[in-house]
Ligand binder design. Structure first.
Ligand code: GAP
Length: 511
């Protein structure tokens, strides 16, 4: 079972095996900023490729771009981020800790739901097969009262968000006795809005230097390039523009490892469509994206959709794909129906005619947009935490930690290992290594016992090991060892390249 204890183990494993390091660690780190190590960067690149191939390579109506992080400051006025990209913050006067008011309320509501689920589980155990969940939920007094409480909170919360009523957000926190997790007190300040964008200055320290922002989403780089791409690529609606790149947010509740970072990467795709087709394409992309996740084989139960109550300022509908992280179900990807909000705003602020001429109806209009937006770092975390497995093996119940990363995403695909450091075995192993290293990431290792080398490869998720032993010299075969089953089989040297290639293909996931 994956839980907060697993989370701690995943974090320390990520560091110990070169996946993720705290940024500027020798200076005690920088909060919510992380570096990817030698194995982390490979895993990250493979996740990017999995996403990019599924979008750009497999769809002839989706193309990619790579826009700059710095953009004209007016972009962020037009997009609404200067005015509305805020979090409602509240401080506890005793602990001096700062929280997002919306998160405090949502977590409180979630706690009540957990209590309901516990009661249901208990009753289910007590009544066995004769248990009627529906009847229990609708007749049990305690459950009804709790559900009523949730509904009431949701109603007030939604209304407060819709009206931007910060006073009411505070009142909900007071009325439901929500206390500070650190001090336990209910001594709260008023709720204030806090803009999440980082700003800096362009050029030297001249007096008239302009304030510019580090982009808080990659999407605007796509919107401002809509015309460039549409015209130069002669794109016809519906078509998409995809991009992978860094985004920056001055997150206040910045905790939970790489789940919520101040500098992170997004993989976003804006799909431009004719107005009126948004419902159809919203459903289309929801389905397509969940299939992409499920293909990794981490189990359907670990994903769920969550429709937004609090819509971002640009969205007319939004649904999250939530993943069962060791810290619970949390947002992994957002699918947003953005209407013509962004392009219309850019028309207004730039004065440029950003439209599409539809030959079918002989008319120009501003396209609507469906967006898919996934955090690369969160995706990385989902893969790492699902892959992390502890097993007891062998007669002595020895513990092994293995990362069961899907082979196509694994940092190293195959380790080439001479059984001993003598008898010409290293020479044969190096010859094999030098032949296959052009095809996929390989590692050559000859230090320590073969068992210890297998464990090290298990710990970084290498799906295959090739071992060169004395029999290799006799019949030109090697041992192929499988990471997950630990099974071994003999394989002809001249079949190594083809056999491994087939097993690590990105196509195996994309199909
Ligand atoms: N363009 C739309 C947009 O940016 P979002 O829901 O704010 O939408 C999209 O962000 C995705 O980016 C999220 O689902 C999440 O995976 C990732 N993300 C957002 N903030 C993040 C943060 N502070 N750290 C890591 N990932 C983040």
């Amino acid at each position: 079972m994956k839980n907060s204890n697993t989370f701690k183990k995943v974090i320390s494993h990520a560091k110990e095996y070169g996946f993720v390091f705290q940024s500027s660690e020798i200076y005690d780190g920088l909060s919510a900023v992380y570096d990817y190590g030698q194995n982390g960067v490979e895993l990250k690149n493979n996740i990017k490729k999995y996403w990019w191939d599924s979008m750009v390579k497999l769809n002839d109506n989706i193309v990619g771009i790579d826009s700059a992080i710095f953009m004209h400051p007016t972009v962020w006025k037009a997009s609404g981020h200067v005015g509305a990209f805020n979090d409602p913050l509240i401080d506890n006067k005793d602990s001096k800790k700062r929280y997002r008011a919306d998160v405090l309320i949502e977590e409180h509501r979630e706690k009540i739901l957990v209590k309901i689920n516990k009661d249901v589980a208990k009753a289910q155990k007590r009544f066995g097969d004769s248990f009627d969940k529906e009847q229990f939920l609708t007749t049990n007094g305690r459950i009804i009262a709790r559900q009523k409480k949730i509904d009431k909170i949701s109603e007030r919360y939604q209304k407060a968000l819709d009206n931007g009523n910060l006073h009411e957000l505070k009142q909900i926190i007071i009325d439901y006795g929500i206390s500070c997790p650190v001090s336990g007190s209910k001594n709260w300040t008023d709720v204030r809005q806090f803009n999440l964008m980082f700003d800096t200055r362009l050029g030297s320290l001249s007096e008239d230097a302009d304030v510019i922002y580090l982009r808080p989403e990659t999407a605007q780089g796509i919107f401002v390039n809509y015309l460039n791409v549409q015209k130069t690529g002669r794109m016809r609606l519906p078509f998409g523009i995809a991009q992978i790149g860094k985004a920056f947010r001055n997150e206040i509740v910045a905790r939970q490892f790489i789940f919520r970072m101040r500098e992170f990467e997004q993989m976003e795709m804006q799909f431009f469509i004719s107005p009126g087709e948004e419902d159809k394409w919203f459903e289309f992309w929801k389905e397509k994206r969940i299939k992409w996740h499920l293909a990794l084989g981490f189990g359907n139960d670990n994903y769920r959709f969550h429709d937004h109550e609090k819509l971002a300022h640009y969205a007319s509908a939004a649904s999250d794909i939530e993943f069962n992280f060791p810290i619970g179900f949390k947002e992994l990807e957002g699918i947003h129906s953005r209407g013509d909000f962004d392009l219309t705003q850019h028309i207004k602020f730039s004065g440029k005619k950003i439209q599409y001429f539809d030959h079918k109806i002989n008319k120009s209009y501003t396209p609507y947009v469906i967006e898919t937006s996934i955090g690369l770092d969160r995706m990385f975390l989902s893969v790492l935490s699902m892959a992390y497995t502890e097993e007891n093996i062998g007669k002595n119940n020895e513990k092994r930690v293995v990362l069961k990363i899907p082979p196509a995403l694994a940092p190293i695909k195959v380790a080439v290992l001479p059984l001993l450091k003598k008898d010409g075995l290293p020479e044969t192993a190096k010859k094999i290594f030098n032949e296959i290293k052009f095809d996929f990431n390989c590692q050559y290792e000859e230090k320590d016992s073969i068992g210890r080398r297998y464990r090290r490869q298990d710990a970084i998720g290498t799906p295959f090991c090739i071992t060169i032993d004395h029999q290799t010299k006799i019949d030109n075969t090697v041992t192929l060892r499988y990471r997950d089953s630990m099974k071994q089989e003999r394989l002809k040297i001249n079949e190594v390249q083809r056999t491994i290639s087939e097993k690590v293909l990105m196509k195996n996931l994309l199909n």
